[in-house]
Design a protein around this ligand. Sequence first.
Ligand SMILES: CC(C)(COP(=O)(O)OP(=O)(O)OC[C@H]1O[C@@H](n2cnc3c(N)ncnc32)[C@H](O)[C@@H]1OP(=O)(O)O)[C@@H](O)C(=O)NCCC(=O)NCCS
Length: 153
Amino acid sequence: MTQKGIIRGMTKEDVDSVYEIEKLSFSVPWSKESFLEEAENSYAIYFVYEEDSKVWGFAGMHHIVDEGHITNIAVHPEKRRQGIGKALLCALISYAKENGLIGLTLEVRSKNIPAISLYKSFGFKEAGLRKNYYTNPPDDAIIMWLYLKNLKT
Ligand SMILES: CC(C)(COP(=O)(O)OP(=O)(O)OC[C@H]1O[C@@H](n2cnc3c(N)ncnc32)[C@H](O)[C@@H]1OP(=O)(O)O)[C@@H](O)C(=O)NCCC(=O)NCCS
């Protein structure tokens, strides 16, 4: 589990480490410039997991009116299955609750079983499918939502 490390907000100084994890985690990684822009974007909320003075994982979302759109979450391959992804997602959900968001949404590759399992373990539900959304390799996107407020009340 994650007792040794801390979750904190991402700064520009973290971007080199975040970008390394991004490249190790995705077939079509975001550019370093994109993360530098995110670090200065007032709508973007990013957390990192730091242990032994090193960043091992990150998660981010855009706060759009009363919704949270999760942009990415990744953990260094050497540190997976130790609860870090769970702790990072928990930080995004806590932020969303504290800021009165109605819910969180995201898109995930339909073949990405680790990520889908992680989201489902927090109560995210499948809400739609975008056919052929991804390339390299081709895949559909599953749209998921976690509602934090009862929309009927
Ligand atoms: C998805 C990811 C962030 C999970 O991070 P992690 O630190 O390994 O996850 P955790 O250890 O916190 O696991 C939390 C839960 O996720 C699920 N999970 C994680 N890895 C899994 C795997 N390989 N297979 C099945 N379920 C998995 C499980 O439900 C797990 O709970 P459990 O350990 O009690 O069974 C990580 O696999 C990753 O970085 N993947 C590459 C990037 C990516 O695909 N990001 C998602 C983009 S939408």
